[in-house]
Design a protein around this ligand. Structure first.
Ligand SMILES: Nc1nc2c(ncn2[C@@H]2O[C@H](COP(=O)(O)OP(=O)(O)OP(=O)(O)O)[C@@H](O)[C@H]2O)c(=O)[nH]1
Ligand SMILES: [Mg+2]
Ligand SMILES: [Zn+2]
Length: 299
C-alpha cells in the first residue's frame, strides 16, 4: 500500500492512505538512514508501506525544499517534498523579516524549481511610512515575476485572495516564528484549529509555537503545509557560478556582461552592475546576492 506523509514527529509518522489516516513507524533500511540524517522521510513524501504497516520506501520526489539550519551548520534539513507552491510569510515587524532571509528561500526555490511568492502579513500594524517601505519591496518582487501580497490574517477579503491560490495544489507555508503562518491557515480553514502563539513583547519575536511540519487537506481541494518558524535559511550545495542562475532578473541580462564567467562583483563592463545603477535591478536584491556569494554557504 502507498501513502503520503502528513506529519513526522521523529518517533512516528502520520500517513494518509486509501484506508484513512494511520500512524506508522519506519522499517528496515529507512531506520538505518534515520541515524544518519535529520529526517530521511519528510512531510509530503509519497511512501510505500509494508503489510505490517511500516514505511519501507520513499517514492521518487518531484521536488523538495532543503536548507541548512544555520549558515554555519553542516546538517541539512528537508522541510517538505512534492510541493506545488511556496508562500513565504513575511512581516515588516513583530517579527522583522529581512530581505536576506526571503531571498535565500527564493534562491533555493529557483534551484529546486518550485514556484514561490511572498505574503507580507500583519498590514494592520503598519503606519503609512512602514507601508510605503513594504510596498516598495512588493513592487520589486512583482516586477521579477513573484506573486506578492500585502495582507492581514484578520481581513476576510485578503483571506479569500490567498484561498484562490491554493486550489488543488500542495502549498507550503514558511517564514519566521510569529509571522502568522498558523493564524493564516486557521483563517483559510477554521476546522484546522492549529495552535497559535503570542509574540514576545520584549523581543518582538514568535515563540516557536508550531513544532512539527504538518500537512492538512482543505475543503476547496488541495493541501497546505504548516511548518515551524525558521530562524535562518542556509543555502545547500550552491556554487558561486550558479548563484546568479537563481536570480531571474539577472538571468535575463547577464549575456550582456563582457565576460561569460562574470560573477557580477567588480568585473569591467558588467551588465548586472549597470542594471543596479540604472534601476533595472533592485539594489536590495543585488546587495543580498553579494552577501550570499561572499558567505561560507557558497561552495
Ligand atoms: N496584528 C496582527 N497579528 C497577527 C496577524 N496574523 C497573525 N497575527 C498574530 O501573530 C501571532 C503569531 O501567530 P502564529 O500564527 O502563531 O505564528 P506562526 O508563524 O505560526 O509562528 P510559529 O508557529 O512559532 O512558527 C499571534 O498572536 C497572531 O494572532 C495579522 O495579520 N495581524
Ligand atoms: Mg505556527
Ligand atoms: Zn556581470
Amino acid at each position: 500500500m502507498n501513502g503520503r506523509i502528513l506529519k513526522s514527529t521523529g518517533s512516528f509518522y502520520k500517513v494518509a492512505t486509501d484506508d484513512g489516516i494511520i500512524e506508522c513507524k519506519l522499517g528496515g533500511r529507512l531506520r538505518l538512514e534515520e541515524l544518519k540524517h535529520t529526517n530521511p522521510v519528510s512531510v509530503g513524501d509519497m511512501i510505500e508501506l509494508s503489510e505490517e504497516g511500516l514505511i519501507i520506501d520513499i517514492l521518487p520526489r518531484k521536488n523538495y525544499l532543503i536548507r541548512k539550519s544555520s549558515n554555519l551548520s553542516k546538517q541539512t534539513h528537508i522541510i517538505a517534498a512534492n510541493i506545488d507552491f511556496i508562500w513565504i510569510i513575511a512581516t515588516y515587524k513583530q517579527p522583522r523579516t529581512s530581505t536576506g532571509f526571503i531571498n535565500r528561500i527564493l534562491v533555493t526555490a529557483e534551484a529546486y524549481q518550485i514556484p514561490a511568492g511572498m505574503i507580507f502579513n500583519k498590514k494592520d500594524l503598519l503606519n503609512d511610512e512602514e507601508k510605503e517601505d513594504v510596498l516598495y519591496l512588493i513592487d520589486a518582487f512583482k516586477r521579477i515575476g513573484y506573486p506578492t501580497h500585502l495582507i492581514s490574517s484578520f481581513d476576510k477579503n485578503d483571506i479569500d485572495l490567498i484561498c484562490q491560490s491554493l486550489k488543488d495544489k500542495t502549498t507550503l507555508f514558511t517564514g519566521h516564528s510569529g509571522a502568522g503562518k498558523s493564524t493564516l491557515l486557521n483563517a483559510i480553514e477554521s476546522d484546522l484549529n492549529i495552535r497559535t502563539g503570542m509574540i514576545s513583547q520584549k523581543f518582538e519575536k514568535g515563540k516557536h509555537t508550531t513544532t512539527f511540519a504538518e500537512m492538512h487537506s482543505i475543503q476547496s481541494g488541495g493541501f497546505v503545509i504548516d511548518t515551524p518558524g525558521l530562524k535562518e535559511f542556509g543555502l545547500v550545495n550552491m556554487s558561486a557560478h550558479e548563484l546568479a542562475d537563481y536570480f531571474p532578473e539577472m538571468v535575463a541580462l547577464r549575456s550582456k556582461c563582457k565576460f561569460h564567467n562574470c560573477l557580477h562583483l567588480n568585473e569591467p563592463d558588467c551588465e548586472i552592475i549597470r542594471a543596479v545603477s540604472d534601476g533595472r535591478i533592485a539594489p536590495f536584491r543585488y546587495q543580498d546576492y553579494l552577501v550570499m556569494i561572499n558567505s561560507d554557504e557558497i561552495i
